[in-house]
Design a protein around this ligand. Structure first.
Ligand code: UT7
Length: 330
């Protein structure tokens, strides 16, 4: 028997972006009460001057809802047409139930498919690949992709190697059908043999036993090496897969892990000087999965980047996992 297959739009694109930045501004000075460091070292080695952490009335849900709502409003799409919600996160406290169904319901969606994905700092591009596939296959008309993180809650403030890196926040995009292609082929992959490069310091079972939360641990040098070597090649491949050359690119939004990583990627890709480069790490730190949509929103809001321009995005992180694609900005 031949079964009916769903039929979707030939192409998909990002229709809108939204973001939520938490209220507490944490400067480098604040962290010096916990770690032996200096404002100068942190700024020079990473580019980070400050980051945002959640305040009393904020959490991963409030941030994700704000970003998601903004993306829906900006797209002007009726919620009844949004068939799926994907939340990309590594900092939601509950392994089950996923947070995405609650977000979908609170955003006014009825009976939408909704699920969380865990791909750390590559989570936005992983989710975008899913959203694009759902729209193009006809499994969903519109997909809301939210990336929400509260990494401050799993940061070990006494760890000199990570305490200063992370910030909280959320970003969201609405992906829908398009007559022209706005999302290039994803270049993605993983290397589980490097699971020990960025890790959770203990399992939840051990956390229950000793009554303290697991935190994030990281071999910063190993990530740095991987990001400036292998990830640089992956970024180049994403350009090739989309059929464009470096001089046709308008905007570059790499995961904001370290300004020195971004500088190395720029040199490797030989991007022209006029390409606009995301540097939100300076004021937002590393927001894991939320980094790329938050940077996209900031660049569009400031006018540095414009709707319709061509941007390369690439994320990389714990897993190890990575994903990147060329997109048309909403
Ligand atoms: O989203 C993906 C997640 N991963 C990342 O974002 C991290 C990528 N990695 C990095 O960004 C960098 O590896 C770090 C910023 C984490 C560290 O910078 P680094 O240049 O790789 O530092 P290092 O570990 O090689 O240490 C260099 C020096 C050492 O001193 P000596 O041995 O040269 O005297 C460290 O003791 O810097 C010292 N150091 C510090 N000094 C002040 C290490 N941490 C600190 C600190 N403050 N917090």
């Amino acid at each position: 028997m031949t079964l009916k297959a769903s039929v979707g739009s030939p192409f998909a694109r990002i229709l809108s972006v939204g973001a939520a930045t938490p209220s507490r501004v944490i400067d480098n000075e604040y962290l010096l009460q916990y770690i032996d460091s200096s404002d100068e070292w942190i700024t020079q080695r990473t580019g980070i001057r400050e980051r945002r952490w959640i305040g009393e009335d904020e959490d991963i849900k409030t941030l994700s809802l704000t970003a998601g709502r903004q993306a829906i409003e900006r797209a002007g799409v009726d919620v009844a047409e949004i068939d799926a919600v994907i939340l990309s996160t590594i900092s939601h406290y509950h392994q089950t139930p996923a947070l995405a169904p609650q977000l979908a319901t609170e955003l006014g969606l009825t009976d939408a498919a909704a699920f969380d994905i865990s791909a750390a700092c590559a989570g936005f591009s992983y989710g975008l690949a899913q959203a694009e596939a759902l729209v193009r296959s006809g499994q969903a008309r519109y997909v809301l992709l939210i990336a929400g993180e509260t990494i401050s809650e799993i940061t070990d403030l006494t760890d000199r190697g990570t305490a200063f890196l992370f910030g909280d926040g959320a970003g969201a995009v609405l992906v829908g059908p398009s007559e022209t292609n706005g999302i290039g082929p994803v270049v993605w992959g993983s290397d589980g043999s490097q699971a020990g490069v960025i890790w959770q310091t203990k399992s939840w079972q051990d956390a229950v036993a000793d009554g303290t939360w697991p935190k994030l641990g990281m071999d910063g040098r190993a990530v740095f090496k991987w990001a400036t070597g292998f990830i640089a090649q992956a970024a180049k491949k994403a350009l090739e897969e989309a059929g464009i050359t470096a001089d046709q690119l308008d905007v570059f939004i790499p995961h904001q892990a370290n300004n020195r990583i971004t500088d190395t990627l720029l040199r490797y890709l030989k991007l022209p000087e006029n390409v606009v480069v995301a540097r939100t790490i300076q004021t937002l730190g590393n927001n894991s999965a939320a980094t790329i949509p938050m940077a996209m929103d900031a660049l569009l809001a400031s006018g540095e980047a414009k709707s319709g321009q061509t941007a390369l995005i690439i994320g990389f992180g714990a897993g190890l996992v990575y994903a990147g694609q060329v997109i048309t900005l909403p």
